[in-house]
Design a protein around this ligand. Structure first.
Ligand SMILES: C[S@@+](CC[C@H](N)C(=O)[O-])C[C@H]1O[C@@H](n2cnc3c(N)ncnc32)[C@H](O)[C@@H]1O
Length: 368
């Protein structure tokens, strides 16, 4: 982790600006930093030998160039000597244009593959549909990295990948946009069904995001998962369902190769959507009207989101920094709120439904 040790640190009169770095406040050992392109926290840790260790806060995770700027500004402001630093040798990771994150716009996506694993089918889709933009969503980071390398190596430019839970991401895609959604060999999660990709919310989101007459393709070797999904689909009346068994597919994934060797049955369900859905009203307002009060530290668990106030750091008589976890039950976000007369997120949550619902509930719970 990039950090520095300096020989002195005297109280700062906040806010203060050094070149284009602004030090906003100090909440116990956390210092708020603003640069022209980012906002983050650094941590100040006095050491026994009278020196000070300075590192960045992982939750606000700035990019290396901005950490470097903040450290340089601190050294200048404190007129300090560097006792140790490991930042000069650290190189900035260049952003990969094929790797999206949850804040990015997804309105140009035509086809989605959920849980692409080794990526054989994703690459096949890209080659078969050179004019379409394919989005692969995968929770397993090594699979993401492996596919990014392959995309670069094969000079494929119409694939985007996103390292997240697909059940959350679909809610960011505009309505009636997709031509196909593929879910091939999802983890059956027989013992933890709540972790299955396929559930009512996910199917609703598939129907909303698919164009009229476009399809969701589920391919599985698990007869239990097949029956479970079929039962879910049977609750809808504006779809057609087509079922196949042991029909070879254009491309065999790593998992499929494995099951074939074991002579397992393989099931396909095609859910064809006939509904034209309403436009997504995505107007997530993450502002607060008044100071949050009567905070408590008990985790609050709801149907599809959680709120957990973890720690409160005092800034002054009227302000504090709240560290909390908020959002989707399976993938909550770690955040800070600057709690004052009109509170604000130090860095806003990603604009997804569960975060917004959690934000509204947070305001209701602690509305003073
Ligand atoms: C059994 S593998 C199948 C991989 C690939 N589709 C194939 O056929 O070889 C299931 C994949 O789904 C991914 N996965 C599981 N749950 C997910 C979720 N909620 N969102 C995105 N990916 C998920 C796993 O990381 C894993 O790579």
């Amino acid at each position: 982790m990039p950090h520095i040790v300096i020989d002195r640190f005297e109280k700062i009169n906040y806010p203060v600006k050094v070149d284009d770095v602004e030090f906003l406040f100090q909440a116990e050992n956390l210092i708020g930093v603003k640069t022209p392109i980012s906002k983050f926290l650094i941590k100040l840790q006095p050491k026994e030998d009278g020196t000070y260790l300075i590192k960045y806060d992982k939750i606000t995770r700035p990019i290396i160039s901005e950490i470097k700027k903040a450290y340089e500004a601190i050294i200048k402001l404190q007129n300090a000597k560097i006792i140790f630093e490991n930042i000069r040798g650290i190189k900035e990771k260049l952003p990969n244009k094929n790797l999206l994150n949850i804040e990015d716009d997804l309105s140009d996506i035509d086809i989605v593959e959920v849980g692409f694993g080794s990526g054989r089918h994703l690459i096949h889709l890209a080659k078969e549909n050179p004019d379409k933009i394919i989005l692969g969503i995968e929770i397993h980071k090594p699979s993401i990295e492996q596919v990014l390398k392959r995309l670069e190596h094969e000079k494929i430019s119409n694939v985007r990948v996103l390292n997240h839970d697909a059940r959350i991401i679909l809610s960011k895609i505009p309505s009636n946009n997709l031509e196909a959604i593929y879910v091939h060999f999802p983890v059956p999660w027989d013992k933890k069904p709540h972790r299955r990709v396929m559930n009512k919310d996910f199917i609703n989101e598939c129907i909303r995001t698919l164009k009229k007459d476009a399809f969701l393709h589920l391919r599985t070797d698990s007869v239990k998962y097949f029956n479970y999904s079929l039962n879910l689909f049977l609750d809808y009346n504006k779809i057609d369902i087509r079922i196949k068994k042991n029909i070879p597919y254009v491309i065999s994934s790593k998992y499929e190769d494995r099951w074939k060797k074991l002579d397992k049955d393989i099931y396909d369900i095609y859910m064809i959507n006939h509904e034209i859905s309403e436009e997504l009203k995505e107007n997530f307002d993450f502002t607060f009207e008044k100071k949050l009060k009567n905070l408590d530290f008990k985790p609050k668990i709801y149907n599809n989101f959680v709120i957990h106030i973890e720690k409160v750091f005092k800034i002054d008589e009227n302000r504090e920094l709240i560290r909390l976890t908020l959002g989707n039950f399976n993938r909550p976000e770690h955040l800070y709120i600057l709690n004052k007369d009109k509170p604000e997120y130090f860095k806003a949550p990603a604009p997804i439904k569960e975060n917004y619902l959690a934000h509204l509930e947070l305001k209701r719970l602690f509305n003073g």
